[in-house]
Every structure is written in structure tokens, then in C-alpha cells.
Design a protein around this ligand. Structure first.
Ligand code: TZD
Ligand code: CA
Length: 526
């Protein structure tokens, strides 16, 4: 009989989960032993960075990814990063090492007491198998649950299980395939198509799931068929639509009242691939204007169930776009060409305006560059200057948990070696995932990190005004030199003191990872 380890390794190979992001401890070593040819272990130096890298990698490949963490302490370190993976619906399969079975009850050191409860309710499914022989089946469930729910899952495995005999039924799991289809029924499809066709002034709201599902170009076709405005859903984590397209009206503001105001005059709002809605600032009001009907189409049953208003159809947005394209008349008159960006605002002295930085990225880097952004006070500058027309061009921490940006950029760069990848990272944000620089250096990734140094938590300054608490402490972060920090991790680093210097550096293609630091003027997110 094969060992539990042997069956599990083979299952992971068959499911193509052979890239493992991890940070190991003693409990995990028996799982990592005898890894077959073809497995790649990507070492991260902190679990937040491990999960951020895996998240970027899984999002950019569109596939579930295995994460290996150390017991309770490593899992705890990963939790902030998991909040982002939950919101972006990234199928991460987290396997953590547990003490040997007889040592869990007495709480020996490194026992992960009640491991599944530790991670609930964050993950979609968590378990510790009741016996060693159930480990292969439970691992398969972790993979399938992550794929079906599109949510991270968590499996805690006592380390004495890996060498145990798998038992005669264990290999049955090797041949399993679990799939899902989400095509609406004929009546559901017909009534949706009728509602959309009959709308006098339809508006489209697209969520990050549209880009995750590879529907960026399909969304453009649908929008051009409908002819109305297109917004991205609030708290955007991936761009679902070209941001300078004539029909694009930007990212919806993340408050009840301002969203409702935007919908004024539209009899139908069709929301595809987004929760309704991930508001942020509490700006109360009516959810919808009088006379506006909202229909949400999402694969995420929980997002449909918890929405406070509107109708919902739990279905695959791809199938729904398809059926709407077939049901609707040919494209309306195009609304004009792509809108050019305005001249960038200028900074003061040696401090560049963020718009100058972003205009430089737009002009100097190829049009298919993928950007992983974690810079919070520069949000409106970003959308004013950037021109993103390709799928997979933009990633942002989905739950707002800082520490995704740098590691996420490393994961995206690993997933797409032929595509230029740039991390746009604030001097505050960088510190939460800084150790990912080491992995970027070890993997020799041609990754560019543009580090925006304004010396402060800019977005929090803005928030302190909004909340009427201008005297809150802990806002400034002077004295950080990221060129020296990056060099310490083995990453080539330079400081750009002017727009010309920045443009000159960006115009050179990197061979390995590089960090470019610029001093920037303080701006507000909106
Ligand atoms: N900790 C974590 C893990 N996530 C957070 N979102 C915060 C703290 C709070 N926070 C924000 O929401 S924005 C922000 C913090 C600390 C400032 C980020 O600073 P930055 O960007 O330098 O990256 P800006 O452009 O200066 O705001
Ligand atoms: Ca900052």
C-alpha cells in the first residue's frame, strides 16, 4: 500500500497543484519530504507574503494554488492576507502541519489546538481529518471546495499521518474530477433578456470577477451592445473593462448615497460578477433611486443572498453574457473613441505628483503591462492617468488588507513570465509584505517595483479629516529608504529624482527585479 504522502503528492500532480508557496516548520517537513519531480517549492520569508504571492499567482493563472503554512503561528500570520483572498475569491488551498496525533490533546508545543476553528469563518471550508486514511480524501475536498466555492480552504494534517499506510480505498480519489456549470434555465434566461431588452436606459456594473473569469473582452461586447454607461463595482480589486473606453464611467464611489445618485435616471442596473455592493465609507441614503430596478448576476451564492436590495440570479456571468449577446440587437452607434488622459498635474520641487509617475508608466511601459497596485492616497491620480485595455492589467488588495501588493506582484510575475509586471507600492504598504523582495530576487523575476514615498499614511490622513479626528496619532512614517532595504534583500534599487530620471529608468527593460523609489506629493484618494 502506498503512504498517505505518496497518494497526496500524486493527487496534487494530477490536479496540477505542483507549485507550492510556503514557509516551513517542523510539523510540515514530513509532507514536504520526497516531493516528486515537477514540484516547485517557493519559499516566502513571512506567511503574509507567502499567501500574497500565492494569491497573485492563483489570480494570474486562474487556477487553485497550494499554500503550506506552519501550525497555528504560521496560519495566524497569514490571516490578514487571507482576507484579501476571500474578497477576490481566490481558490487557495492552505495545508498546515499539526503535531502528531497523541500530542494534540495535551497541547504539546506546536499543537494547533482546534485548528479548523482557528481559521473559520475566514476560509470557506476547514478540517482536520479524523484519521490518517482520510487525509487524501480530505485534501481532495480542500481542492474541490476551493474551486467550487472560489474561497480559500484549510486543512490541518498531523505530521505522523504522512508516513501512514493510505489504506485500500485511498487511491479512488486520484481519478476524481469535480466540475460546475452555471447556465441559467430557459425561463430564467428569457426573463432576464426581456428585462434587459426592454430597459429604456440600462446601466452596467462590472465586478472584479469579470476579469478573474477571463470575461474582460466579452464585457466590452456586451456593453457596446447595450450602449449605456459602464461602472466598475466599488472596492475594485481587478479591472473588468478598459478604463478609457468611451462608455466607462469609472469605479463607483463606495458609499450608499453616492452610488444611488449615480444610478439616477436608469431604469435598469445590471450587475455582473460583483457583490451588491462592497461599500466602504458609511454614507447612508436610499439604496436605489425611485424607479431603478437592479439585477445582480453572480456565481457567488452568498453574495446574492446577502445583498440588501435588488434581484439576483446565481449563474455563471459568462453564460449570461453569452445569452444576452444572442438576445440583444446589434451594437448601438459607438460612443466615440477612447478618451485621452489629461496632462498630468505637477508636483513641487523634488516631489513628483503621483499623476506624473503614472503618466510615465503609461508612456514608457508596454500596453500589456500588468500592474499590482497598493498605494492608497493616489487612487484618483491613477485612474486619471492610466490607460488599461487588456485583461489582467490591474490587481489591488481585495479586502483592503495591506501586504498584498509586493507579494502579489511577485506571484503575478511568476505566473506570467512573458508579460511585464509592475508593482506600484506606497511607502506605508511596502512594509507589510517587504520580505517578498527576497523571493523576487531568488526567483530572478523581471519585476519592477515603483515605490511612492510621501512619508506618510496618506489615505489615513484623508480619512482622519472625513471622520473628524484630525489629531489621531501614528500617521507619519519618515526615515525609510527603500533603496537600501531592497539592496539588503538582493534587489537592484535606484532613486529617481525627477520625471526625466524616472522615465529613463522605466524605458529600460529589467532583467531581474528592480525597485525605483520616487518622492511624491501628498494627494487624496478621491
Ligand atoms: N493595516 C493593514 C493590514 N491594512 C490596512 N488597510 C491598514 C493597516 C490601514 N491603512 C489603510 O487602509 S491605507 C493606509 C493604512 C495604514 C496607508 C497606506 O500608506 P501608503 O499609501 O504609503 O501605502 P498612501 O498613498 O500614502 O496612502
Ligand atoms: Ca505613503
Amino acid at each position: 500500500m502506498p503512504s498517505v504522502r505518496r497518494v497526496c503528492h500524486e493527487f496534487l500532480q494530477r490536479q496540477e497543484l505542483t507549485t507550492v508557496f510556503g514557509n516551513p516548520g517542523s510539523n510540515e517537513l514530513p509532507f514536504l519530504a520526497e516531493l516528486p519531480e515537477g514540484f516547485r517549492y517557493v519559499l516566502g520569508l513571512h506567511e503574509g507574503a507567502v499567501v500574497g504571492m500565492a494569491d497573485g499567482y492563483a489570480q494570474a493563472t486562474g487556477r487553485p494554488v497550494l499554500v503550506n503554512l506552519h501550525a497555528a503561528s504560521g496560519s495566524g500570520n497569514a490571516m490578514g492576507a487571507l482576507t484579501n483572498a476571500v474578497a477576490s475569491r481566490t481558490p487557495l488551498v492552505v495545508v498546515a502541519g499539526q503535531q502528531v496525533r497523541p500530542a494534540i490533546g495535551p497541547e504539546a508545543n506546536l499543537a494547533n489546538v482546534d485548528a479548523p476553528s482557528l481559521m473559520k469563518p475566514l476560509v470557506g471550508w476547514a478540517a482536520e481529518p479524523a484519521c490518517a486514511q482520510d487525509v487524501p480524501r480530505a485534501l481532495a475536498q480542500a481542492v474541490f471546495e476551493a474551486r467550487l466555492q472560489r474561497r480559500p480552504t484549510y486543512l490541518s494534517v498531523p505530521y505522523d499521518d504522512w508516513a501512514a499506510d493510505a489504506g485500500e480505498n485511498a487511491s479512488a480519489v486520484l481519478d476524481r474530477q469535480v466540475q460546475r456549470a452555471g447556465v441559467p434555465g430557459a425561463d430564467q434566461g428569457r426573463s432576464l433578456a426581456e428585462a434587459v431588452a426592454a430597459a429604456r436606459s440600462p446601466a452596467l456594473v462590472l465586478g472584479g470577477d469579470i476579469d478573474s473569469a477571463g470575461l474582460f473582452d466579452d464585457a466590452v461586447r456586451l456593453a457596446e451592445r447595450l450602449g449605456g454607461p459602464v461602472w466598475a463595482a466599488p472596492s475594485l480589486f481587478r479591472l473588468p473593462f478598459p478604463n478609457r473606453h468611451p462608455q466607462f464611467h469609472g469605479v463607483l464611489p463606495a458609499g450608499i448615497e453616492p452610488v444611488s445618485r449615480e444610478f439616477e435616471g436608469h431604469d435598469l442596473v445590471l450587475v455582473l460578477g460583483a457583490p451588491v455592493f462592497r461599500y466602504h465609507e458609511y454614507l447612508p441614503g436610499r439604496y436605489l433611486p425611485e424607479g431603478t430596478r437592479l439585477i445582480q448576476v453572480t456565481e457567488d451564492a452568498s453574495a446574492a443572498a446577502r445583498a440588501p436590495m435588488g434581484e439576483a440570479l446565481v449563474a455563471d456571468p459568462a453564460a449570461v453574457i453569452d445569452l444576452l449577446l444572442k438576445a440583444l440587437d446589434a451594437a448601438k452607434e459607438p460612443a466615440g473613441g477612447f478618451r485621452p488622459a489629461p496632462a498630468p498635474a505637477t508636483g513641487q520641487g523634488t516631489r513628483l505628483h503621483p499623476e506624473e509617475v503614472f503618466a510615465s508608466l503609461r508612456d514608457e511601459l508596454p500596453g500589456d503591462t500588468a500592474y499590482v497596485v497598493e498605494s492608497t492616497s493616489t487612487n484618483s491620480s491613477w485612474w486619471r492617468q492610466m490607460d488599461l485595455r487588456r485583461p489582467g492589467s490591474y490587481y489591488f488588495p481585495a479586502a483592503g488588507g495591506l501586504g498584498f501588493g509586493l507579494p502579489g506582484a511577485v506571484g503575478v510575475a511568476m505566473a506570467q513570465p512573458d508579460r511585464p509586471v509592475v508593482g506600484v507600492i506606497g511607502d506605508g504598504s511596502a512594509n507589510y509584505g517587504i520580505t517578498a523582495l527576497w523571493t523576487a530576487a531568488r526567483q530572478r523575476l523581471p519585476l519592477t517595483v515603483v515605490l511612492l514615498r510621501n512619508g506618510t499614511y496618506g489615505a489615513l490622513r484623508w480619512f482622519s479629516g472625513l471622520l473628524g479626528v484630525p489629531d489621531a496619532p501614528g500617521m507619519d512614517i519618515p526615515g525609510l529608504d527603500f533603496t537600501r532595504i531592497a539592496k539588503g534583500y538582493g534587489v537592484h534599487a535606484q532613486h529617481a529624482g525627477s520625471v526625466d530620471e524616472l522615465r529613463a529608468l522605466l524605458s529600460r527593460r529589467p532583467e531581474g527585479p528592480r525597485l525605483i523609489q520616487v518622492d511624491t506629493a501628498l494627494t487624496t484618494p478621491s
